[in-house]
Ligand binder design. Structure first.
Ligand code: FAD
Length: 617
């Protein structure tokens, strides 16, 4: 059992001046939590989403659907119950705080008392020690009541202090984690700057090394969630030249030269704190370097990848709320002599919200379970879960408000706030556009790297099968399997009987998609990076395929457990798969036949004019 040290002010700074660095392996061992179990012996070194680019469905990573570890179920149930009680007690106040743009200090104190700032901090440091999967579920519960509160807690845990959990050395952890777990310190993640949003590598905040090993930090970060209430900042700064490498640092709010700006007047999530955080000749002790010098970009990306399921969980919580509001409203509201819930167009909306929610919940849980199981490569899946769940939440908010119609437009009801609050989800922690490019390029890169080795191995396989198979691993092996159909992965046996036709859809489209990926790589080579229309279609196909497989896995699991809701989960899986099939078919077709050049030409024309040029008079 480790004993946590509690240091204050200068004492803490001196302690950190001599900080030692634990190895990554040690740190990863320390931060792994007992978790939702993934499928039996999952191939954790391989990405299930990237494997789809070679036509391979890694059944063992997708089936059976992961379940929560028994020892964690009870703890999570207690957390959910106390969150629900606490948030319900404040339900009447959230609209006022949205208007005033602030959460009162006593409310934040209540969050502290509940232990919500320590959800994912290991028990040994005073936290609750939830797995990523259970944490995502807890954020879902909070977001079901109020998005701003989910953000205050989520920005602290998912990104604010995640770098410390993932990359901090033992001294740093002992120094800060107990105070972060209790909420004595609230954390924020400081990456974005005026000139640097999606292009995070272009930051200009600088940290210059002093002769004594400490650093002098200068720069300004913008739109920092928790900026005004945080005491602990994970800050990214350039530590070499104008375009040189980036490093990550721990910075405390009360150090000389740290200042925060006025709270931003935002469209949504208004009660959560968003401010600038600036650094003027701030002296940062040597021991506050987080991870290795010059590896800060990797730290930032690891934090964001690891934290995406928290945001996904929040989106699921918001969608469940929308479904509750929409069903209640549609049953109460009567038009043309009948309750509007009886009309097909309203039923369609409620069914689609439910399908989207089930799909988002399934993919978020699957990805969180990969992270908990120590997956070495699930950043593509994490990006998929973020894009899908955030966009699904946007659709649910829109449709819930549409069902409430005029009533939904009025401020006294929560619909308009939900619409405003949900809008941010596709913007921060990676925009949908950037994440789609990432999803497509990460898979194609993996595929491209192996094309050459495959070509020679395919020749080899027929001359010398043992040698041919022997030299192949990972992508190349799967690709060869696809080309020769020998030992092809089948999921039709992994799903419940009723979903066998849907399993065949994904098996079939995985092969078609592999051929399309290869076509793109052969046609464009390295220039594929510039072909954004094609990359978007590629990402959309992979999103449909991976999310659809998660849905099949979960519905099959509910059927296997004779869950009473299983017949409806099967309906969801059927509808989602058919919808996905139509989208995949269309996207595949448009990889070769499209109007991209016309669209680009039109955007260029309008861009030159800077306005819409036509009028009917
Ligand atoms: C309320 C709020 C809270 C936030 N909290 C934090 C926080 O806690 N910490 C933090 O560091 N940051 C935070 N951010 C910043 C947020 O992460 C950025 O807004 C986001 O990364 C996008 O950057 P940008 O707004 O500068 O958009 P830009 O990068 O300027 O993008 C503008 C548009 O262009 C698209 N685009 C950009 N590049 C490309 C490309 N190569 N190809 C195609 N399309 C492209 C984008 O997708 C977007 O649609 C927050 C922002 C907001 C609004």
């Amino acid at each position: 059992m480790l004993h946590c040290v509690k240091l204050v002010g200068d004492e803490r700074r001196a302690h950190l001046a001599n900080g030692d660095q634990a190895t990554m392996t040690e740190l990863q061992t320390q931060t792994s939590a007992p978790v939702a179990q993934t499928a039996d012996s999952p191939e954790l070194e391989t990405s299930a989403a990237k494997a789809l680019f070679s036509g391979s469905i890694l059944a063992r990573q997708l089936f059976p659907f992961p379940s929560i570890a028994e020892e964690e179920r009870e703890v999570l149930a207690m957390v959910l119950e106390s969150v629900d009680r606490f948030m319900s007690d404040h339900e009447e106040r959230f609209a006022d705080w949205d208007q005033s743009g602030e959460q009162p200090a006593e409310f934040i104190e209540g969050l502290r008392e509940l232990g919500l700032f320590g959800l994912i901090i290991p028990e040994v440091y005073g936290g609750i020690g939830l797995s990523n999967a259970a944490y995502a579920r807890a954020i879902e519960e909070i977001a079901g009541h109020d998005t701003s509160t989910a953000l205050t807690v989520g920005a602290h845990s998912s990104i604010g202090m995640k770098g410390l959990l993932l990359f901090g050395n033992e001294v740093q952890k002992k120094t800060y984690l107990p105070r972060l777990a209790s909420g004595e310190m609230i954390a924020a993640f400081c990456l974005t700057e005026t000139g640097s949003g999606s292009d995070a590598a272009s930051i200009r905040t600088r940290a210059d090394k002093n002769p004594d090993g400490s650093w002098t930090l200068n720069g300004e970060k913008i739109w920092i969630t928790n900026g005004g209430i945080a005491d602990f900042y994970t800050v990214f700064a350039r530590t070499e030249g104008e375009s040189g490498k980036i490093s990550a640092f721990i910075v405390e709010r009360d150090w000389d030269g740290v200042a925060t700006g006025a709270k931003e007047d935002k469209m949504g999530i208004r009660a959560s704190s968003t401010t600038t955080v600036s650094f003027s000749d701030v002296r940062v002790p040597a021991g506050c370097l987080l991870g290795e010098e010059g590896k800060g970009f990797k730290v930032a990306m690891a934090i964001l990848n690891n934290g995406r399921t928290g945001l996904g969980g929040g989106a699921v919580g918001g969608m469940k709320r929308c479904i509750e509001l929409a069903t209640e409203q549609s049953q109460e509201r009567k038009q043309f002599g009948r309750s509007i819930s009886e009309y097909g167009l309203i039923k369609e909306k409620i069914a689609q919200m439910t399908i989207d929610c089930f799909a988002a919940e399934s993919v978020v849980w699957m990805v969180a379970s990969y992270i908990d199981a120590g997956s070495e490569d699930c950043s593509t899946e994490a990006a998929i879960s973020k894009v899908f769940s955030s966009e699904a939440m946007g659709r649910a908010a829109y449709e819930a408000q549409q069902i409430a119609a005029g009533t939904g437009y009025m401020r006294e009801l929560p619909y308009e706030r939900i619409v405003r609050d949900s809008r941010i989800l596709t913007i921060f922690e990676g925009t949908s556009e950037i994440l789609r490019l990432y999803i497509a390029l990460a898979g194609l890169k993996d595929a491209g790297q192996h094309l050459e080795s495959i070509r020679s191995a395919v020749d080899d396989i027929f001359n010398s099968p043992i040698k041919g198979f022997g030299i192949l691993g990972g992508y190349a092996g799967r690709k060869l399997t696809q080309l020769t159909t020998l030992g092809r992965d089948r999921i039709v046996d992994a799903v419940c009987e009723e979903l066998a036709p849907e399993a065949l859809i994904y098996e079939n489209y995985a092969l078609r998609f592999a051929r399309a990926s290869e076509y793109l790589l052969r046609r464009h080579g390295r220039n594929i990076i510039e072909k954004q229309f094609a990359l978007k279609r590629t990402a959309d196909i992979i999103i449909d395929m991976f999310v659809g497989l998660c849905v099949l896995s979960r519905a099959s699991e509910l059927r296997a457990g004779s869950d009473p809701s299983a017949p409806h989960a099967i309906e969801i899986a059927r509808v989602f798969s058919q919808q996905a099939k139509r989208r995949m078919k269309q996207n595949l077709r448009r990889i070769q036949r499209n109007e991209d050049e016309e669209a680009k030409s039109l955007a260029g024309y309008i861009g030159e004019l800077k306005k819409y040029p036509w009028d009917v008079v």
